[in-house]
Design a protein around this ligand. Structure first.
Ligand code: CTP
Length: 400
């Protein structure tokens, strides 16, 4: 496959050299395009030597006749565009259609798949403008890998590190794999936390960001499924192409899931459903007094267990977020709730689980097998879940 590696101007630009080598090792023909800023950090010669090709360094080169249309030609000749490092500037320009150099002009002319690996200062990454731009790109089908967390070149510690080249290459492999193995399936995904009202102004919730569930919805869409996404309150933009139903409470989530159960063939319950709620929510705001306040909560219905009782031939995947005895707990829940697979993750280690872009999970299967997946971006994990689920279906049919 022919791919363009777009290199943005950031400290991490040197890592793109290693990425260009890795991508070629995996069979991609790599055409490097550098922004002007990138050339301040690393020489085009490095990439030319590594790829054996002329590196594109600008819209207006000496060859006036060919240069004016070269960005269209490069867009036509390649099936994927990978941008690493993607600076805040590139993310903003791609999201808003600003074409003011070769890479951004080529992007607008490009009809293939696009992957961006952002890298920038933590505050720049966290800025509402950047987050909004990233969500716009994601919803448009762009694959976003990272950023990771760690010590940054600017001396701060936090989100903003370029993912390691091998992680980006793994993501590229998963994202570009031509698969249509979920066509004809209807995948019902639940994602995010639920929000349980205590009174008209207060609620309880949990730390789920919805990123894992949204990645599952994206992966299912990319593999040809019809996707129904039942989402608790999150700040993510739903992937284009999914039928999204927004809910708040566990009761609302249950209703949406049961309404769409009949038409679903695969159900993935990645939502972190609140276990308790206030059954009779006061109509008025609860007022402060000097006395101790005791909150009485009742259990919410267990949606996964209810679906498990009525699942028929459907494939059912549950999730378990654990702080200890992860595999044993996951297996217990898988059996108790009649799932085909339970995805167990440990949530008290940094960089994976709740709120982060990466995850490290163990798949506990109905067949008795446990499959530990290496730490990877959630979008990669999502594809691996479907890979194993489809294999599981084959082995379940073989048993019948
Ligand atoms: N789940 C559900 N409805 C609930 C609670 C949980 O559908 N009311 C689902 C979640 O979506 C997840 C799975 O059950 O797929 C496991 O959730 P978890 O909270 O880990 O399990 P619990 O059975 O609530 O066990 P505990 O909180 O005691 O660990």
């Amino acid at each position: 496959m022919n791919v363009v590696l777009g290199v943005g101007g950031g400290i991490a630009a040197y890592k793109a050299a290693e990425l260009s080598r890795l991508l070629q090792e995996r069979g991609y023909a790599v055409q490097v395009v550098m922004t002007e800023a990138a050339q301040q950090f690393i020489q085009p010669l490095t990439f030319a030597a590594l790829t054996g090709r002329k590196v594109v360094t600008g819209l207006f080169t000496e060859d006036i006749l060919s240069s004016s249309i070269e960005h269209i030609q490069v867009a036509r000749d390649n099936q994927a565009l990978i941008v690493a490092p993607a600076t805040a500037g590139l993310v903003g320009k791609f999201a808003n259609g600003i074409a003011d150099d070769f890479l951004t002009s080529m992007y607008l002319a490009f009809t293939g798949k696009v992957i961006m690996a952002p890298a920038m200062n933590t505050n720049m990454w966290n800025h509402a403008a950047t987050q909004h731009n990233v969500e716009l790109l994601r919803a448009r089908g762009c694959g976003i890998v990272g950023p990771g967390e760690g010590v940054l070149a600017c001396g701060t510690t936090g989100a903003g590190r370029l993912m390691e080249p091998v992680q980006i290459a793994d993501f590229v492999d998963q994202f570009l794999m031509e698969r249509n193995d979920l066509s004809g399936e209807t995948v019902l995904v639940t994602a995010g936390p639920t929000q349980e009202a205590l009174d008209p102004v207060r609620y309880i919730t949990n730390r789920s960001s919805g990123k894992m569930g949204y990645s599952i919805a994206e992966a299912a869409l990319a593999r040809g499924a019809k996707v129904i996404l039942v989402s608790g309150p999150v700040s993510l933009t739903p992937p284009a192409g999914a039928q999204t139903i927004k809910v708040k409470s566990a009761l609302e989530m249950r209703k949406a899931v049961l309404n769409h159960l009949a038409e679903s063939t695969i159900i993935v319950k990645s939502a972190a459903v609140a276990d308790y709620h206030v059954a009779n929510i006061p109509e008025q705001k609860v007022k402060k007094t000097a006395a101790r306040f005791i909150l009485e909560l009742d259990p919410t219905p267990d949606i996964l267990a209810e679906v498990g009782r009525n699942k028929g031939d459907r494939l059912l995947v549950g999730f378990a977020a654990e702080t200890q005895n992860m595999v044993a707990e996951a297996r217990r829940k898988m059996e108790a709730k009649n799932c085909d697979m339970l995805v167990g993750n440990v949530v008290n280690q940094s960089g994976t689980g709740f709120e982060s872009d990466e995850n490290e999970v163990t798949l506990v299967m109905r067949t008795g097998a446990n499959v530990a997946l290496a730490r990877a971006p959630k979008r990669v994990i999502a594809d691996q879940i479907f890979d194993h689920l489809l294999k599981l279906r084959l082995s379940l049919h073989a048993v019948k």
